[in-house]
Design a protein around this ligand. Structure first.
Ligand code: UD1
Length: 420
């Protein structure tokens, strides 16, 4: 099994170009199921989850080609017969695969999609996804680990309020309603930038979609779709991760290829912590920040602070002069990185859904275990700031969502390499 070896305390300096967003690419690929015309998607991040989604689409019969070098996906499903079954083997490692349920059901009036596999960060049920699709007219049962859905006369638009905010359920409902008959109003929606990117993609295909409130979307279903070319938005979590790396271990790190207006919450929190940032509309320069202040934050749906950056900012909090607090509101088990950070010399205590980080602490290298995607990268950040050598096991978690992580860091003077 592959490991990462990091020798800490190197001062990072250089430019890091941010890749396209994994979390935007996955629903856009799922939405491609609706359209038989040519589709071109650019700035695709070459990460394991995207490759799994491409395999899933190939498996159901899509004519999809991934050009790794150009980071481009071409899809042309004219005259292609699509199967409506998404098997367990392709959903067990990637929960987001369940987003194919909405488009398959909407276009082909039936779908059989495996219930996604278990997940280290919490229960992550799919009840809200199913609630929305049922409201659009689907009959759904669960049998032998599969979601079996049917809508003999096709889905029909209506007014639906999500019982609680979910990114994936908003995407599933949005894509399904795009091909349904009539108008759908989805309220209490997630409004993450990746959902806005998906809406841009759907609009380019010819679907009329409008935000009619902060968390309310009006979708005018359309079955006569157009050819589309789309450039995926930047990965805001990757951007946040490298900005935090710069704040922790940087001399001067420039993070490019971003839209800073999307990172308002992250920027305001980092500034309150005393991180020195130079902000332009499409890049941020992070300078050596040696006086970090403690802060109390909570994770929330966008525009709040993202749960996907919680583990990373926790590492920065170990450097703060005092006690910081993080309340995790999205995933109940998302503090799996805490024992590993403590093994590296951090002093972090968990009470209920909150973590208390006692700073400042000097981190020391150790052999540690990655448990999920974002926890893994937090260990990389900790290792960059630590004395001595750190060995991070189970790096396959990292490969699900970070494109060329070691290469980007090495270019900035980090001492990091992969071994078996
Ligand atoms: C997406 C992101 C993930 C991010 C998360 C929250 C993708 C591919 N993944 O995940 O990186 O951490 O948003 O920003 O975009 N829930 C239910 N029932 C449901 C659906 C969700 O109870 O049917 C709960 C979840 O367990 C969780 C909360 O709702 O506690 C939010 O989850 P959700 O927004 O759906 O996250 P994902 O779409 O899975």
């Amino acid at each position: 099994m592959e490991k990462l070896v990091v020798k800490g305390k190197k001062k990072l300096s250089g430019v890091i170009k941010i890749s396209g967003s994994k979390n935007a690419t996955l629903p856009i690929l799922a939405a491609s199921i609706l359209n038989n015309k040519k589709i071109e998607i650019n700035r695709v991040p070459i990460v394991k989850d995207v490759i799994t989604m491409v395999e899933l689409l190939k498996h159901i019969g899509s004519n999809i080609k991934l050009n790794i070098k150009k980071k481009k996906i071409l899809i042309n499903n004219q005259n292609k017969k699509i199967k409506t079954i998404a098997p367990y083997k392709l959903l067990k490692t990637m929960r987001a695969g369940v987003i194919v349920l909405g488009p398959l059901l909407s276009k082909f009036k039936k779908a059989k999609v495996s219930l996604p596999g278990g997940c280290a960060i919490g229960l992550r049920p799919v009840d809200i996804h199913l609630y929305v699709l049922k409201k659009l007219g689907a009959k759904i049962k669960i049998k032998n680990g599969y979601i079996i859905a049917e809508a003999k006369k096709g889905l029909v638009g209506r007014k639906i309020r999500l019982p609680s905010i979910s990114v994936g359920a908003t995407e599933n409902g949005l894509i399904a309603a795009s091909y349904a008959k009539g108008i759908t109003h989805l309220s209490n929606c997630a409004c993450e930038p990746e959902i806005k990117d998906l809406i841009d993609f759907l609009k380019k295909m010819g679907i009329k979609i409008k935000w009619i409130g902060k968390r309310k979307i009006k979708i005018n279903g359309n079955q006569n779709l157009k050819s589309v070319t789309h450039d995926v938005m930047f990965d805001r979590i990757e951007a946040g991760t490298f900005i935090i790396a710069g704040a922790l271990s940087g001399k001067k790190v420039k993070v490019t290829g971003i839209e800073t207006k999307i990172l308002k919450k992250e920027i305001s929190i980092l500034k309150k912590m005393g991180v020195k940032l130079k902000i332009n509309s499409n890049y941020i320069i992070v300078k050596n920040s040696n006086k970090i202040k403690p802060i109390s934050i909570s994770t929330e749906p966008y525009p709040g602070f993202p749960t996907d950056l919680q583990a990373q900012i926790m590492v920065l909090m170990t450097k703060a002069n005092g006690i910081s607090k993080i309340k995790e509101n999205i995933f109940e088990k998302r503090f799996m990185h805490v024992p590993e950070l403590n093994r590296m010399g951090a002093k972090i205590k968990i009470f209920g859904g909150s973590s208390f980080i006692y700073g400042p602490q000097q981190l020391n290298g150790a052999e540690v275990m990655a448990t999920d995607l974002r926890a893994s990268v937090s260990l990389v950040l900790a290792a960059l700031a630590a004395n001595d050598k750190t060995i991070i096991n189970r790096v396959y978690h990292l490969d699900r969502g970070y494109e060329k992580l070691e290469k980007k860091l090495t270019k900035c003077n980090a001492d990091i390499f992969r071994t078996h």
